[in-house]
Design a binder for this molecule. Sequence first.
Ligand SMILES: Cc1ncc(COP(=O)(O)O)c(C=O)c1O
Length: 396
Amino acid sequence: MDIKIADRMAHINPSAIREMLKVTAMPNVISFAAGGPSPEEFPSKELAYLAGKIFETDSYTALQYSITEGYGPLREITKNRIKRKFNIGRDFDDLIIVSGGQQVISLTTQCLVNEGDIVICENPSFVGALNTFRAFNARLIGVPMDENGMDINALEQILKAEKKVKLIYTIPTFQNPTGVTMPLKHRKQLIELADKYDVMILEDDPYYELRYSGENVPTLKSLDETGRVIYAGSYSKTISPGMRIGYACAHKDLIAKMTVAKQTQDVHTNAMFMMIVAQYIEQYDFDSHIRECCEHYKAKRDFMLNKIAEKLSDHLKYTKPEGGLFIWCEMPRGYSGIEFCKFAASRGVVCVPGTTFDVEENKDNNCFRLNFTIPSTDQIDKGIDVLADCIKGFKQ
Ligand SMILES: Cc1ncc(COP(=O)(O)O)c(C=O)c1O
């Protein structure tokens, strides 16, 4: 049957990462492609206990329809926690629990961006966000990245030249896919520019608490004195992505609109998992769980960086992230990331080609992304050996 897909979806392609994950399921394949926490860090025993208790004692709340703003105790716990730890949230702000940070991106776009409006983002950037902006028929303009994140001068040139900019989308801490963090000076400049040109900022921050070295940099939201910044937080990387629990902290007028928008998407976030997360944070030592994740991921990051230094550094440039999940590799000019990733996959190692994250879709580039949190050190050891062999044998 010839199904006539709406224009807004016709040009959106399946994520190359999801496609790659299909190859990953094959035996003996080493995957550096995924973007989640290590399954060893899931607090499964604690969550199973809480789930059982909730069904025993309050199955009504877990199984009945819930309110769109989210389970009250989880909202309060989250508000208090991000205020206390990161100074996020002012009198003019409010917070809504949503189905992952991904939903903050779609609700923000649904509420703020008209067809043809411009969304500025880092280039490269998180493909889930890019596809959301595309699905809402926004015009995307990418700002090149350097070791300090978004190039602030290039951003200003765009803001000067373009009149229809509605939103700046940024992942300032341990960016996906590059792992780069924007320094405080640039964060302040970014907010000044957004003020000057009257543009909203969406700060997507799922990795903030996964820092393995260096000093914390204040979030954009903590610097926001006017309600210009929408903060997207998530429990995906610190507890589990399968639960689909995230949150938005933004000006209360916008949160009210996002609440209505959420009713058109999924009514409310999964009640059972909202309750589980609330009780997990209340009854266990969440900060110590995060510290344990950080120790584990730091060891893996260091292992992968050392291995890359030993085996790949003569052949490519790479980032040295202070946290998060990813290392970004840049091969010499003219190399194809797509062809290289195909070649590596044929040898049993899966990575994600840089084009996946490019604002200009289908434009190949010489980059690829590596995840270090999910593979074991043994897999990292073997996988980087394979990539080193591949790059030596890779003919353009
Ligand atoms: C930058 C960024 N934003 C948002 C998400 C989506 O996270 P969630 O599971 O909270 O929807 C991801 C997931 O990989 C991400 O990397």
